[in-house]
Design a protein around this ligand. Structure first.
Ligand SMILES: NC(=O)c1ccc[n+]([C@@H]2O[C@H](COP(=O)([O-])OP(=O)(O)OC[C@H]3O[C@@H](n4cnc5c(N)ncnc54)[C@H](O)[C@@H]3O)[C@@H](O)[C@H]2O)c1
Length: 261
């Protein structure tokens, strides 16, 4: 029997990268997964592949920049499946690599909307159902970047730090309703987001990433997915208000990397 048998999970940004790996892993463990994204082609293909492999998944278009889309995603899942046990607020974008004084207001607001306000929206629409059920697990995707500094990523780090502190706050507030709220902070993970960053900033960034992780490599989306499965499962029934680092030791390491200077 799978670790998420009978549970209903909603994942944002599930067409690719970490969200895709989480969707696959949760379906493998028996959950019915509502996989959402703005990339309808990849999203549909991802859900179809899960079904083909014997899992339960459905694709839903959802732009996390839109409150109406997130409401429709969550209300639709509850209408179809009768409940929502797990919400993974995963979708985010990378705008950075520039000093904060070169960032425009428009870039700032776009990043905060997609990476932070989206988490508020997801929680806002899922919580009434979870409180009513007297159970639920919300997993918010934070980042190592919310723990340590890296030149050029002020807005991204600000959003991720806020995701972590919001998650802690809500864990306290909704613990009495048996709703658990945790965040995950991945280190550098091999996903399309980072392919984009390397394209924009150069190959030297990829070499530096490997050296920054004491484990000697960057991570795989599946390694983050295993952490999400744990937090979603009843095995984590007494775990709330934590930030689970899946970062190859990145945030444990000193920032001085001899080979790089
Ligand atoms: N990759 C990393 O190294 C890393 C490290 C730390 C944290 N994270 C976090 O993990 C999460 C997933 O990152 P990833 O690397 O898999 O990203 P990714 O860019 O590879 O994939 C993100 C997915 O989200 C979708 N998406 C983008 N904008 C969206 C929107 N407005 N609404 C809905 N979906 C949207 C994309 O279409 C894509 O399918 C993000 O929250 C990211 O900040 C990633």
């Amino acid at each position: 029997m799978g670790r998420l048998e009978g549970k209903v999970a909603v994942v944002t940004g599930g067409a690719d990268g970490i969200g895709h790996a989480i969707s696959k892993a949760m379906a493998r463990e028996g959950a019915t997964v509502f996989l959402s994204d703005i990339d309808d082609g990849k999203g549909r293909a991802a859900a179809e592949a899960i079904v083909k492999a014997g899992g339960k998944a459905e694709y839903v278009h959802c732009d996390v920049g839109s409150d109406a889309d997130i409401k429709a995603l969550i209300e639709g899942a509850v209408a179809k499946a009768g409940r929502i046990d797990v919400l993974v607020n995963n979708a985010a974008i990378a705008i950075g690599g520039m000093p904060v004084h070169e960032m425009t207001d428009e870039q700032w607001h776009k990043l905060i909307n997609i990476n932070l306000t989206s988490v508020f929206r997801g929680c806002k629409h899922a919580l009434p159902h979870m409180i009513g059920q007297k159970s639920g697990s919300i997993i918010n995707m934070a980042s190592a970047q919310g723990h340590i500094g890296l030149d050029g990523w002020t807005a991204y780090a600000g959003a991720k730090g806020a995701v972590m502190s919001m998650s802690r706050q809500m864990a306290v507030e909704f613990g009495p309703h048996n709703v658990r709220i945790n965040s995950i902070s991945p280190g550098t993970i091999n996903t399309p987001m980072n392919v984009q960053v390397i394209r924009e900033l150069g190959e030297h960034v990829a070499r530096a990433w490997v050296k920054m992780h004491p484990i000697g490599r960057i991570g795989f989306p599946e390694e983050v997915a295993e952490a999400a499965v744990y937090l979603a499962s009843d095995a984590a029934g007494f775990t709330t208000g934590i930030d689970l680092k899946v970062d190859g030791g990145l945030t444990a390491a000193p920032r001085y990397v001899p080979d790089l200077v």
